[in-house]
Design a protein around this ligand. Structure first.
Ligand SMILES: Nc1nc2c(c(=O)[nH]1)N=C([C@H](O)[C@H](O)COP(=O)(O)OP(=O)(O)OP(=O)(O)O)CN2
Length: 165
């Protein structure tokens, strides 16, 4: 019998969740960072009732869903597609990002284009949360309350996004 006051959550964070990626953001209106990289860390949590196994969800299934997403970003440049001034365009070989009079050109296969305004840790957390929710939706069903993903840019600087399940 499940207590009506108890809530349950699983948290998963693994060494393998680290992915290395390059990015640059704008801040304070018109400052655009130089391209640089981070060894990003990821943590994921989901809350919901216990199932017949007394699991919220299987750790392993959640872990593998996160890894399937983060491994696609490893060793890539993360570019925003919704920024007003970082303009990203691709031809059949190359992707070009422009900010005012600056221009960066990358092979297409090195780029991950993300539907974000700025590639901050918060925005990366949101995209990962959406992707993991989508990837696990069939397996986990619809009884969960929320999913939360946290992305660490630099040893303890976390951006966190919680989405309703
Ligand atoms: N809330 C947020 N604040 C900041 C973010 C963010 O995503 N969310 N991002 C940045 C920049 O990307 C910045 O590059 C952070 O990188 P970091 O290496 O931590 O910055 P430092 O120059 O201080 O790091 P060093 O230790 O000197 O390498 C800023 N804020």
């Amino acid at each position: 019998m499940q207590s009506s006051t108890a809530t349950f959550r699983v948290d998963v964070t693994k060494e393998q969740f680290v992915f290395s990626a390059a990015h640059f953001i704008t801040f304070a209106g018109d400052i655009c960072e130089r391209i640089h990289g981070h060894n990003y860390g990821v943590r994921v949590a989901v809350e919901g009732p216990l199932d017949e196994n007394r699991y919220v969800v299987d750790f392993i299934a959640l872990r593998d869903a996160v890894l399937a997403e983060t491994s696609q970003w490893d060793h890539h440049i993360l570019l925003p597609t919704k920024h007003k001034e970082i303009l990203v365009s691709s031809d059949d070989k190359e992707t070009t990002a422009r900010f005012r009079d600056r221009r960066w050109v990358f092979p297409n296969e090195d780029c991950i284009l993300l539907p974000v305004i700025n590639t901050t840790a918060e925005e990366l957390a949101r995209v990962l949360a959406e992707q993991v929710r989508e990837r696990t939706g069939d397996a986990f069903g619809n009884a969960l309350s929320w999913i939360e993903v946290a992305v660490d840019e630099n040893h303890g600087q976390w951006g966190v996004c919680r989405l309703p399940w």
